[in-house]
Ligand binder design. Sequence first.
Ligand SMILES: Cc1cc2nc3c(=O)[nH]c(=O)nc-3n(C[C@H](O)[C@H](O)[C@H](O)COP(=O)(O)O)c2cc1C
Length: 202
Amino acid sequence: MVHAGEFIALPAPVTTGQASLEQSIAQRRSIRDFVPTILKMAEISQLLWSAQGITDASGLRAAPSAGALYPLELYVVTGTVDGLAQGVYHYEPQQHQLIKTSGGDVRAVLTQAALSQVWIQDAAAVIVFTADYQRTRRKYGNRAERYVHIEVGHAAENLFLQAVSLGLATVVVGAFDDDKLARVLRLPVELQPLLLMPVGRD
Ligand SMILES: Cc1cc2nc3c(=O)[nH]c(=O)nc-3n(C[C@H](O)[C@H](O)[C@H](O)COP(=O)(O)O)c2cc1C
């Protein structure tokens, strides 16, 4: 996935944390009421890493992928993130970096695209999961759709548990207008939006 734009190196992810996996699972809850807050770049870094970060020298990632074909592409819509201007950013796992794909605060229009779910505009940032089905279809034919949907569940749950472990609040949002969302984010045509995760503090 190649995007032109400003590159932002993310802080290195850490592999130790405050909460046990069991505590994070027990505490995980969908949260839709966010207080105004600023997220740290290190928090965004950790969330992205947990979902799609490289965790092996051979390039394997934090979440499993059928045939290791990695059809998922993640974007971050920023509102109030320390060190990241408001805009839309694409996550590049190989370099653990972001590329800015457009500028400005798009949370309000994103909210409209997501059937006016106001927790989107109240979030400090929104993680957007998209997929290129073709990457998986080339090898797995008509099972690709099933595989991609399984994969987005794996990645999103990783991010959810990482958010809990960091003391952050989130919810998965699957209800939105695909075309409106793709327009707001200026997604490349091959990418299908699958899931939004507004992130903040409660
Ligand atoms: C595929 C999927 C789509 C969802 N879409 C939305 C959504 O559009 N808006 C929302 O507020 N919650 C959404 N949710 C969250 C569910 O409402 C929530 O997980 C459920 O009420 C159980 O609560 P819990 O996550 O706190 O255990 C979605 C959950 C899943 C798994």
